[in-house]
Design a protein around this ligand. Sequence first.
Ligand SMILES: [Fe+2]
Ligand SMILES: [Fe+2]
Length: 279
Amino acid sequence: MTVASVYKQGWTMEDIHWSLFDPSKVTPTLLAAIKAAALVEYNAPDYVSYLKRVFAGSSPETIASLELWGQEEAQHGRALGRWAEMADPGFKLEEAFARFRKGYTPAHFAESQAGSVRGSKRGEMIARCVVESGTSSYYSAIRDATEEPVLQEITGRIAADEYRHYKLFYDTFHAQSEPDLSIWKKLRIAVERVRESDDDELAFSFYCANVAPEEEDAKPYDRKIYSRLASQASMTIYNRRHIQKLVQMVTKAVGANPHGWLANTAGEVLWRRMSAKSA
Ligand SMILES: [Fe+2]
Ligand SMILES: [Fe+2]
């Protein structure tokens, strides 16, 4: 079975039952988290260009699957953004996104960069598996936390997509002809990718999504403050079981036992770290 043959697009914006929206079930913390998530998802096209450079020379199927993946991520941004605009008519996805784009460009998206910042295609796929494990768990947690029917539907659909993305990158990892990496190398890449969540992506998206342009002077961007606010919002959504699922997916990606000591220890460490960060 080829990578592309198991990779099919699942839904469109028209499939969402928008008319079921119930404003009485919207909570401020979840709304703030959804606005920020919409900006990060909507930024996918940059990532597609970068991954296509990393996989230049690969089969047309692989390139097509990366493009479809990017379209799905951007659709996640549009769906979450539309929901946020319904919940808060003062929020405008395109405006908030333009501010986010202006202030946030990771170094590895720069055109001049050739190859993967992870050192190899396999390394790149491990990093992607970490991200998809994170998003799959995050949207499952939101689906379980919210009582708003449209948000339940959107996050349920997105969580399923993210899991499929994980499988795409997991299969692409195994389809590479370059030699496998040692488990230590894979673990290092995974831990580095988790640590990168501390960069501006989450903090700055939370800021642009939740501080209006006219408030910028009174509330200037501060990574520490907005990183903590973003973490606090996430911690009201997550519970321990979602984090364990995330860690199990990552341990499987690095080639370790998802139910062994490594997964159990890493789950505990990550949970404590997340709790401390939001304190
Ligand atoms: Fe996504
Ligand atoms: Fe994804």
